[in-house]
Design a protein around this ligand. Sequence first.
Ligand code: ZN
Ligand code: ZN
Length: 167
Amino acid sequence: MLITPQALEIHRVVVSKTYAPGELDFRGAEFRQLKPLQVGAVAELVGGEIRIRGHFDTVLGIICDRCLGPVEMPIERDFDLFYRPVASIARDEEIEVPEDEMEVGFYSGEGVELSDVITEQVILAVPMKVVCGPDCRGLCPTCGANRNSEPCGCPPAEPDSPFAALK
Ligand SMILES: [Zn+2]
Ligand SMILES: [Zn+2]
C-alpha cells in the first residue's frame, strides 16, 4: 500500500491492514512471522511531511540465543514516524535532525510504502538477545547437547574452574 502526499492532501488515510506470514520480506532477519500481523495506523500530511503513526502486533518465531531452540515471541510496537521526499535534501546541505524529531525518514519516488515501514518497525521491535526462558541452560560447551532436555554427563566446567570463586 503506497501512501502518497497527493492522496493525503485530500484527506488523511486511516489504515487497518493484516499482513499474513510471508507477505512482508524481512530479508536476512533471523526470525519468522508466525501469526498474521495487524496494523492500525493513520497517515496525514504535516508541514509537507508524511506522518504515519499507529500500532502493530504479531507473533514471531525466533531462535534462542543460548540453546538455539525455537521461541514464540509476541511483539507489538507503537510508532510515530515522519517521512520527507529525498528531493528535499540539498546536495551539500548537512542533514540536521533536531532531538525531538529523531524518527524522520526519507522516501524516493511517489510516496511511502507501508509494508516497508512495517517491515522496518518489526525488525526494530525484536530484542537484541532472545532467550526461551530465564531458566534456559543453553548448550553444553563440551559436547553441544541441549542441557534443557538431556543431562549430557559432562563435568560442569564453570563451578570447578579455579576462577569461579572470583566471579
Ligand atoms: Zn533456550
Ligand atoms: Zn556435554
